[in-house]
Design a protein around this ligand. Structure first.
Ligand code: ADP
Ligand code: MG
Length: 218
């Protein structure tokens, strides 16, 4: 389902999307935070993508570690350690593997969610990226659905979940300082996470319908 080559394509595709969406993510963060989420993510994944192409990686474990380290070293905001945790969990799940199947992919995503929960202490409905990762994992573990279908489905779930953060009041992170005034804007980290799943799933199963994320609708 996912090999080293695919993983590399995912990281560079995600880096490109983040570069394109930099101002959108900054604008969202500007409304309810300090306006740097786009800058943080675009820089972090540009550095990660460069590092990955320059490093000799032999398996998905050390490829993910390289990305995790690059993010930790290049992102100032809280999203640095958060997304770094995701790739640290992937690295642990895929140690020594050059290719992973659907089962291993969804286990890694689940373990990344657990890492995010442990690090950020956010629960569902607190207007953080947990609001995207949680329903994605639920979708991937839906019993009735075939693996490939579940993966495709989880992109739509992630997109909708990011949009659904709009009316929420933030109780974690910088946006929590705004209290009720954090309502009415989508959570920037949830949008960057939805884009994460758009690009990851497109590499794995293809044919993903991406959203043109525009601030006017968010
Ligand atoms: P900073 O808040 O340090 O400026 P960013 O702007 O890069 O960092 O990232 C903000 C995003 O981080 C938010 O939109 C939210 O999704 C996510 N976030 C903040 N705090 C938490 C938390 N405790 N748990 C999970 N995600 C969080
Ligand atoms: Mg910020």
């Amino acid at each position: 389902v996912l090999n080293l080559d695919g993983f590399g394509r995912f990281i560079s595709a995600y880096a490109r999307r983040l570069a394109d969406l930099q101002s959108v993510l900054n604008e969202l963060d500007n409304r309810i935070g300090d306006g740097d989420h786009g800058t943080n993510m675009a820089r972090g994944f540009r550095v990660a993508s460069e590092k990955l192409s320059q490093t000799t990686v032999t398996d998905l474990g050390n490829a993910c570690s390289a990305v995790a380290m690059a993010l930790l070293g290049s992102v100032g905001g809280v999203s640095g350690p958060l997304y770094s945790t995701v790739f640290m969990k992937f690295a642990a799940a895929w140690k020594g593997a050059t290719t992973v199947d659907f089962e291993s992919l969804r286990e890694a995503i689940k373990s990344a969610l657990e890492g995010l929960e442990a690090r950020g202490k956010a629960k569902r409905g607190e207007k953080t990226l947990i609001d995207v990762w949680l329903p994605v994992v639920e979708c991937l573990y839906e019993e009735e659905t075939a693996p490939e279908e579940a993966l495709k489905q989880c992109v739509k779930v992630a997109q909708q979940a990011a949009i659904d953060t709009k009316p929420l009041r933030a109780t974690k992170g910088r946006a929590a300082y705004l209290g009720d005034r954090s309502k009415g804007t989508c959570d920037p980290g949830s949008v960057s996470s939805a884009v994460f799943f758009e690009e990851l799933v497109d590499v794995v199963v293809g044919g993903v319908e991406r959203i043109e994320w525009q601030t006017s609708a968010l």
